[in-house]
Design a protein around this ligand. Sequence first.
Ligand code: NAP
Length: 246
Amino acid sequence: MNQKQHTVLITGASRGIGKATAQLFASKGYQVAVNYHQSAQEAHQLVEELSPLCPTLAIKADVSDRSQVDAMVKEVHNQLGPIDVLINNAGIAKQALFTDFTLEQWQRMFDVNVTGMFHCCQAVLPGMIHQKAGKIINLSSVWGITGASCEVPYSATKAAVIGMTKALAKELGPSGIQVNCVAPGVIDTDMNGMLDDNTIQCLKEETPLGTIGTPEDIAQTIFFLASDNAKFITGQVISPNGGFVI
Ligand code: NAP
């Protein structure tokens, strides 16, 4: 790390990929803001674990709610200083036949997975533009690239994240801000908790590297994109997926 301690805001960091990402950034000397929505106990436990490593704080906000996002970003700024890295990780998924989805379920998926990113980007960008520097990393999914049966709304939101990433990267490059996307394959988190052992085994067999991914695998990719090693990379989609989708 440089002399200045950088600050990262990670949405949905109470569990899964977001949590592993918070742990990695803290171990690398970042100040870490841990956003959560419902898992208050997990978020506060994580902050307790990270606090010997770095200044950190847990902040409750539903990313789909603009006033909560604005308040969160203000609080991070007040407590930790300007936000250098935004990781738009919060997300929800649901499996069902397309014909069984309700309009409310479709809208909630877009509100969290897409509009949440809109709110977070708009809230942090004035600060990043002022600094003429910043990194935004958005979580998409392999399903946003290929589409998945029984996950039409989720696939549509994750495809939208890719379009948003590419367009924002073009718009913000001249301001010194990089925008990239990570599109994981199947990762061992609560999001896949509904998959039975047999399905997981089949997924492993369909994956050339013979395994599903860990949250730490994705955290490493995110960290790379936030690092100076990726200073010439913007508007890209990197898909750590074990060869599942090539
Ligand atoms: P997860 O274990 O289910 O955790 C989801 C996280 O998002 C939780 O911390 C949750 O917070 C947060 N969240 C949900 N709704 C929120 C809201 N309205 N406002 C703020 N936070 C909210 O999921 P994950 O597997 O780590 O997934 C993380 C990201 O990677 C998601 O965008 C997901 O789509 C993407 N992804 C996952 C996989 C996979 O196989 N797991 C594959 C590809 C892409 P609370 O618990 O505090 O409510």
